[in-house]
Ligand binder design. Structure first.
Ligand SMILES: [Ca+2]
Ligand SMILES: [Ca+2]
Ligand SMILES: [Ca+2]
Length: 157
């Protein structure tokens, strides 16, 4: 027996890709291109992450500590433990948690889902766009000390 009634919509794919790929239309000058507020937020977030990752609390986060922390974060987000992060990891109960987690997933998935299949694999999770060690490990010792994290300019409002 064959199913002959299936209808295939073959023309929706390319439009989605056009939306998802950002164009390099705006070419800002220099490194100050980033919205200062966003930059500050990103820095604060990074400092927080590095602090959390500093397992032995010696004020310096090694690559190893950072990798372990990231692996733990992945496991936390992968609530149904199927080895990938996607919408199925939303909690089923608790409206507040469900909303919060849903928002977090909606933010996280597009950031890491490089092949745009709606699912973040461990490989995609580990392939970071910006390696904090490349950016911040000024003395190249494979660890980021708290002193190497750039501080936002003080006294500004
Ligand atoms: Ca440490
Ligand atoms: Ca999952
Ligand atoms: Ca993916």
């Amino acid at each position: 027996m064959r199913k002959a009634f299936r209808c295939v919509a073959a023309s929706v794919g390319p439009a989605l890709f056009a939306l998802a790929v950002p164009t390099a239309a705006q070419a800002p000058e220099g490194a100050a291109a980033m919205d200062p507020e966003k930059r500050l937020q990103a820095l604060e977030q990074l400092a927080k992450t590095l602090k959390e990752a500093d397992a032995n609390e010696d004020g310096s986060t090694t690559k190893e500590e950072f990798a372990t922390h990231r692996a733990e974060q992945f496991s936390k987000l992968d609530r149904n433990e199927d080895g990938v992060i996607n919408k199925k990891d939303k909690p089923r109960r608790g409206p507040v948690r469900k909303k919060k987690m849903g928002e977090a997933l909606a933010k996280i998935i597009p950031q890491y889902d490089t092949d745009l299949d709606g699912t973040v694999t461990r490989a995609e999770w580990n392939a970071q766009k910006r390696d904090p060690f490349e950016m911040l490990d000024a003395n190249g010792n494979g660890a980021i000390e708290t002193t190497e994290i750039p501080q936002p300019p003080a006294g500004e409002n």
